[in-house]
Ligand binder design. Structure first.
Ligand code: NDP
Length: 301
């Protein structure tokens, strides 16, 4: 396949590129900074990879079989009103660009699938409810961002298959929320974060990459699909698991102020929601890391 990817230089994107490259697919990286992307994907390691800044995205998308859309300003920062606006606008901007380039492509050169990221923030937060793909959207800011982000992706030509992946908190060695949480956890001897009762709908980096890969190649993957592991945990349970893996007791709660200091208002992802992957199960998706224990073991080893 030939696949164009926005956000390819990010935490999930890098691993996706490695995976597609290992399977001999042709990769086109759509980035804001060609020089940055060339450092991340050096030609000697990724021969044949195409890297383009605007206005070169058009030539990449035309003739691609599929497009994966991952770009967006990171949410785990301090939220000034400007940053808050950019968290939404960056996603809408890139997504609508991608959608119009797909729509404007001549029929013969139009990609047949768009796999577009969104987030479990779509559902809002709750300590008691369980959400799946049929659940309604929440009413906080991140829910609004996700709704508009998804609606923009759905503006694509009706002949293009769309898979919207509502991604949970991705756990991996190289980055993401966990990398930021671990030092805090060490500092506070590793107790629950905040009250510890908040739900944490996580997924291992390898599994989210496999799910995106599957959505690219398998025509049954259509519409909204939750990108979460089958066994969400509470933050308390996550911290217990972290403590066990790191050989540290888990008893002092990490205070909210410390969480906010490293994650900013992005710490609101830790207010959490319990999201289950009903569609992925129906589709027969096979998880490499269904349990948080195994996921943490693989990451912390
Ligand atoms: P990263 O933050 O690691 O990377 C996102 C990429 O988006 C960057 O590499 C960058 O690519 C591009 N980007 C960053 N800021 C902007 C901006 N202001 N305008 C346009 N493009 C920008 O994201 P992840 O890999 O962690 O996640 C990928 C997507 O999945 C994101 O949209 C994220 O919201 C979503 N998601 C991730 C979760 C997670 O736990 N990681 C959880 C839920 C959803 P470049 O510089 O090459 O243009």
């Amino acid at each position: 396949l030939t696949v164009s990817i926005t956000g390819a230089t990010g935490f999930i994107g890098r691993r996706l590129v490695q995976r597609l490259h290992a399977d001999k697919h042709n990769i086109r990286v759509l980035t804001r900074s060609k020089s940055k992307a060339e450092l991340i994907f050096p030609a000697r390691e990724f021969p044949g990879i195409m890297i383009a800044e605007e206005p070169g995205w058009k030539d990449c998308i035309q003739g691609s079989d599929g497009v994966v859309n991952l770009a967006g300003m990171p949410i785990s920062t301090r939220w000034s009103s400007e940053i808050k606006k950019e968290i939404k606008q960056s996603r809408i901007r890139v997504t609508s660009k991608v959608v119009s380039l797909i729509n404007d492509a001549p029929d013969a050169a139009r990609p047949t699938v768009l796999v577009s990221a969104t987030a479990v923030g779509y559902y809002g937060t709750s300590e008691t409810a369980t959400f799946d793909e049929r659940s309604p959207s929440g009413n906080d800011y991140l829910a609004e961002v996700c709704r508009e982000w998804e609606a923009t992706a759905l503006g694509v030509n009706k002949n293009v298959r769309v898979a919207l992946i509502r991604i949970g908190v991705v756990l991996g060695k190289e980055g993401g929320a966990l990398a930021k949480m671990i030092p805090l956890f060490m500092m506070f001897a590793g107790g629950p974060l905040g009250s510890g009762k908040q739900w944490f709908s996580w997924i291992h980096l390898d599994d989210i990459v496999n799910l995106i890969y599957e959505a690219l190649i398998n025509p049954s993957y259509q519409g909204v699909i939750n990108g979460t592991a089958p066994n969400p945990v509470t933050l308390g349970e996550l911290c217990k698991g972290l403590g066990a893996e790191m050989g540290r007791p888990s008893w002092l709660p990490v205070p909210d102020f410390a969480l906010k200091a490293v994650l900013g208002e992005g710490a609101s992802v830790l207010e959490g929601q319990r999201v289950v992957p009903t569609r992925a199960k129906e589709l027969g998706f096979s998880y490499k890391y269904p349990s948080v224990k195994d996921a943490l073991k693989s990451i912390l080893s």
